[in-house]
Design a protein around this ligand. Structure first.
Ligand code: ADP
Length: 204
């Protein structure tokens, strides 16, 4: 199964991506994680991406698209994948469609995690991650940067919802509730909840 997980920063994409990908038996591919690994590994890619990430801006499409293309060509992603954090612009979505077409594939479903903005700001400002045994705040989770990332989301990424709705691929998932509740809504929309019913691309 080839799935895209869409949703604003703080919607819980990373958490859900891991769980859902595990259930589907496909790799969860997070562009944010790949960038962060490159930043801590001090690679050339990481050096380029860091400037944009710290500002809460998108890393330019030419860097991001090439990176995702390489990742999708790896053996574990050939049979399916769950993309988290990509595409984030209409241009990226078009490039993804082209890359998959070249391989004779297409997306099966796009899940959009829906959370209102007030809740997002609350979640992001309290978010911490574990680095070298310590809980630290991500540089781009500082309040000013969070506001900017939400603006970038509204302007550049939110239009993807309509784009994929037009392709008949979109399922909107209410992402307020416990992790387990959100997971089961997502699996239902993918028709992967074990009852054999394919989900409809409508509200869940
Ligand atoms: P979040 O969803 O919480 O904003 P991510 O971990 O997905 O965080 O991304 C962190 C940062 O990495 C983004 O703010 C952006 O700078 C960069 N990034 C991740 N994915 C993309 C992408 N598809 N296109 C451009 N930049 C990206």
């Amino acid at each position: 199964m080839r799935v895209v997980l869409l949703g604003p920063p703080g919607a819980g994409k990373g958490t859900q991506a891991q769980i859902i990908a595990g259930k589907l038996g496909v790799p969860a591919i997070s562009t944010g994680d790949i960038f962060r690994a490159n930043v801590s590994g001090q690679t050339e890619l990481g050096r380029k991406a860091k400037v944009f990430m710290d500002a809460g801006d998108l890393v330019p499409d030419e860097i991001t698209v090439a990176m995702v293309k390489d990742r999708l060509a790896e053996a574990d992603a050939v049979g399916g994948f769950l993309l988290d954090g990509f595409p984030r612009t209409i241009a990226q979505a078009e490039q993804l469609r082209e890359s998959l077409q070249e391989l004779g594939h297409g997306l099966d479903r796009v899940l959009e995690l829906v959370v209102d903005e007030e809740e997002l700001v609350r979640r992001l400002s309290g978010r911490r991650m574990l680095v070298d045994g310590q809980m630290v705040q991500r540089d781009d989770d500082k309040p000013e940067t969070v506001r900017h990332r939400l603006e970038v989301y509204r302007e550049q990424t939110a239009p993807l919802s309509g784009f994929y709705e037009g392709e008949g691929l979109l399922a909107r998932i209410d992402a307020i509730g416990s992790v387990e509740e959100v997971t089961s809504r997502a699996l239902r929309a993918l028709g992967a909840d074990g009852d054999g019913e394919a989900g409809q691309p409508a509200a869940v």
